[in-house]
Design a protein around this ligand. Structure first.
Ligand code: NAD
Ligand code: MG
Length: 395
């Protein structure tokens, strides 16, 4: 029996993971569930899945979690805070970790899973962008198994199951849906709203990654993610817009062969690959009926309308702390956009300004990366203040 810790259980990926787990009661069990601050949603999941442990990141919600679990008559133990989560992830409470917390907040628990040699189902792409080298070193040192859950990287993982298959690899092509604003020019994006930005045409996801998909920063983060997972430099990682979101990515070999993985846009397929690997298990997702879907189309990404993709390539090429700065500035910018504090085009502007101001320094330790992350957040917040000041001055 695989004991699975689902981190970010109340989110979009967490919910999909629990759906797949509950289809295999003799093989999989959710033993640890974690959430950020939504106690009621976490308790509701505990009623259904009866884990041994439930962890709320927001320590001020601990009493509510403990009392709620007791009132529900559950034996699930309540815990709070990031350190409690990391300790549980590293303990024998789980053999498998679904890392599905959003943002840099997911790094400590992801690292804890890697260091403890767990089977790591990695959805939290920000942890690879922020600390990819250190995280991959930890995976190798502890002999952890990492299965990417991002659909593109999961597709590549399926096409390149072992080192042998990677020998003749020429390049990787990540597909992108293009998001809700595909085909629009830059000047028509000035006044798009958060509601428009999170309305993704093909995937149902949390708000942060939905905005990242609309700016194409999501694809930029994924290029950096692919660099760490598959060891290719930026100039062998390409991006192709594919509006139908049925081809999840492609790998090209030196002999002219290209392999791709196809399927409906439903994250349960990637999660089932991770939970069952190397066996294939039911995910609840229907097979692909290509006759019904008809056409598969491809186009080049528009870097003028969506500069975030170019900024991510630049950060990857600069190396060092630049990807950590990119990620932190983007998290601040997306959150400010969702709160209505900056406009959509303010997101790339803020990331560009922060990258230009902070540059790239040595990223040899977690402390240095943490410092770069904090500096970038501070700079980006101050820059938002200046942007607001400029807008007020213009009115
Ligand atoms: P979401 O917003 O739906 O869920 C986020 C989860 O993280 C929630 O359970 C929330 O309670 C928890 N959380 C938030 N802040 C936290 C904190 N500070 N500490 C601890 N927990 C916290 O997000 P999502 O769409 O499920 O995405 C999760 C991760 O998976 C992201 O890194 C995203 O990029 C990645 N991902 C998601 C999808 C998708 O289809 N949703 C696809 C590929 C990759
Ligand atoms: Mg993806």
């Amino acid at each position: 029996m695989q004991q699975v810790a689902v981190l970010g259980a109340t989110g979009s990926i967490g919910t999909s993971a629990l759906d797949v787990i509950s289809r295999h009661p003799r093989r999989l069990r959710a033993s640890v569930l974690s959430a950020g601050s939504q106690v009621d949603a976490l308790i509701a999941l505990c009623r259904t899945h009866r884990p041994d442990h439930a962890v709320i990141a927001d320590a001020s919600r601990f009493d509510a979690l403990r009392d709620g679990l007791r009132d529900a008559g559950l034996k699930t133990q309540a815990h709070a805070g990031s350190e409690a989560l990391d300790a549980l992830v590293a303990s024998d409470a789980c053999t498998t970790v679904v890392a599905a917390i959003v943002g840099a907040a997911g790094l400590p628990s992801t690292l804890a899973g890697a260091r403890a040699g767990k089977r790591l189902l990695l959805a939290n792409k920000e942890s690879l962008v922020l600390a990819g080298e250190l995280l991959m070193q930890a995976v190798h040192a502890a002999n952890a198994t990492i299965v990417p859950i991002d659909s593109e990287h999961n597709a590549i993982f399926q096409c390149l199951p072992d080192a042998h298959a990677r020998a003749g690899l020429k390049r990787i092509v990540l597909t992108a849906s293009g998001g809700p604003f595909r085909g629009r020019t830059r000047d028509t994006l000035a006044d798009v709203t958060p509601a428009q930005a999170v309305a993704h045409p093909k995937w149902s996801m949390g708000p942060k990654i939905s905005v990242d998909s609309a700016t194409l920063m999501n694809k930029g983060l994924e290029v950096i993610e692919a660099h760490h997972l598959f060891g290719l430099p930026a100039d062998r990682l390409d991006v192709l817009v594919h509006p139908q979101s049925l081809v999840h990515s492609l790998v090209e070999f030196v002999d002219g062969s290209t392999l791709a993985q196809l399927g409906l846009p439903d994250m349960r397929t990637a999660l089932a690959v991770g939970l069952g690997w190397p066996e294939r298990i039911e995910s609840g997702v229907a097979g692909l009926d290509l006759l019904r879907h008809g056409r598969l189309e491809f186009e080049a990404p528009d870097l003028a309308a969506f500069p975030c993709l170019g900024l991510a390539y630049a950060a990857l090429r600069a190396g060092g702390t630049a990807p950590a700065v990119l990620n932190a500035a983007n998290e601040v910018a997306v959150s400010a956009f969702l709160q209505g504090r900056i406009a959509f085009l303010g997101i790339p502007a803020l990331v560009e300004e922060t990258l230009a101001a902070l540059g790239s320094n040595s990223a040899g330790s977690l402390e240095l990366l943490g410092e770069a992350d904090r500096d970038a957040r501070r700079f980006a917040e101050a820059a938002i203040g200046r942007m607001a000041g400029r807008i007020e001055a213009m009115q």
